[in-house]
Design a protein around this ligand. Structure first.
Ligand SMILES: [Zn+2]
Length: 384
């Protein structure tokens, strides 16, 4: 097995939970990789020898981002809808149907090539683990093939047949989602998700979908409280879901429910940026003892960014998070939101998924918004 030492690291973010600071930073550090995993972490002066040596040139090294929420399997373009929104047209859940029509009309090859491009774009920005949802097929065939496409790129696939009711009777559609569609989707999915929102699915429908998914071994996640106050966050807490995503409109009791259940609030500030909505209150969530993750929600309608550095900058500028909290939320807590303990950290035994920043510290991710600071991304111990 080949070993590689990355040395002369100005600041190494380990996310070691045993460290005294949130990010477990080590200055003047080195990191040894054996095969695909981290084998040693510490001060560069103490590093053991290795077969290959890579000089980080005093730059910062961080765990790769874990983007726990994306919708990369789609076709079509909604840039005109975005332009209209920026001049005053409000965002509503129904725009999803535009993408559904384009996705159904696309070939498998077109979908695969589109996801390939977006995953490469994410890697250039430091993302090494990505969750990908279906939800733009909304037929048995198109949901199953969307998930089969997603599976080519990640183990973290999520069945989101309950994204919006495509047409007809909502009750009949929930029957389809929890019956034949779930049967076709389950072999390609690890997770199941519902858009619990006015104009999408209500609490009873969301519960029915998540319960049906659990019965066939899919773990639940929720889109909740994005556009309005509602029952979704409390439902996620009641069901003990690993994560509930958006959390923009929270009532007082939602904070306590999340803290008590341990459900992670995954915030998606690219959405608020791209829809001109108010940002979620990350500061209040963290101060209430709720775990907060950051993810991109990369999708063609409400937020077409794949950039976690942008999300970190927004979280710091607009949501009251410190740079350290934002980086931790996009790495370590992102991994927890996918129930993964092998990624999101650079401690002994972790997968050697990392980024080298063209900057001396993690703070530059927020301090230098819009600047392509990721100089290299490594997955499984090799540059990609
Ligand atoms: Zn989403």
């Amino acid at each position: 097995m080949t070993s590689t030492v990355i040395t002369n690291i100005g600041e190494l973010v380990t996310n070691d939970p045993a460290a005294t600071d949130l990010l477990g930073t080590v200055e003047q550090a080195a990191l040894v990789i054996e095969g695909t995993k981290v084998a040693w972490v510490g001060r560069a002066a103490d590093a053991p020898p290795a077969d290959e040596q890579h000089d980080a040139g005093g730059r910062a090294v961080l765990p790769g981002f874990v983007d726990s929420h994306s919708h990369l399997v789609f076709a079509g373009d909604r840039s005109q809808e975005f332009a209209a929104r920026m001049t005053g047209t409000p965002y509503a859940a129904g725009g999803i149907r535009t993408t559904v029509a384009a996705t159904r009309a696309a070939t498998d090859e077109q979908l695969i090539s589109h996801v390939t491009r977006l995953v490469a774009e994410m890697r250039r920005q430091g993302t090494t683990t990505v969750e990908i949802k279906s939800g733009y097929g909304l037929t048995v065939r198109d949901e199953a093939r969307s998930l089969a496409v997603a599976r080519l790129f990640t183990e973290e696939t999520t069945f989101l047949g309950a994204h919006v009711v495509p047409d007809g009777d909502p009750a009949a559609y929930v029957e389809l989602v929890t019956g034949p569609m779930l049967d076709a989707a389950k072999e390609h999915a690890r997770w199941i998700d519902v858009f619990c929102e006015r104009g999408a699915f209500d609490e009873d429908q969301a519960r029915a979908v998540l319960t049906a998914g659990a019965a066939v071994g899919l773990r639940g996640r929720l889109h909740a409280n994005q556009l309005t106050y509602g029952p979704g966050v409390r439902l996620a807490a009641e069901l003990g879901l690993v994560a509930v995503d958006h959390c923009t409109y929270l009532a007082d009791e939602d904070f306590a429910a999340l803290r008590d259940s341990g459900t992670i609030a995954t915030l998606l500030p690219g959405v608020e940026f791209s829809t001109k909505q108010p940002y979620p209150d990350a500061r209040r969530l963290i101060d209430a003892g709720v775990k907060v993750a950051l993810a991109s929600d990369c999708n063609p309608g409400s937020c077409f960014t794949s950039s976690l550095p942008l999300c970190i900058a927004l979280a710091v500028r607009e949501m009251g998070m410190t740079p350290a909290e934002a980086v931790h939320a996009a790495t370590y807590v992102g991994a927890q939101a996918l129930d993964r303990d092998d990624v999101g950290a650079l401690t002994v035994g972790s997968r050697a998924d990392l980024m080298i920043l063209d900057a001396p510290t993690h703070v530059h991710l927020a301090y230098r918004p819009g600047v392509p600071l990721v100089a290299a991304t490594w997955v499984g111990g090799r540059p990609v």
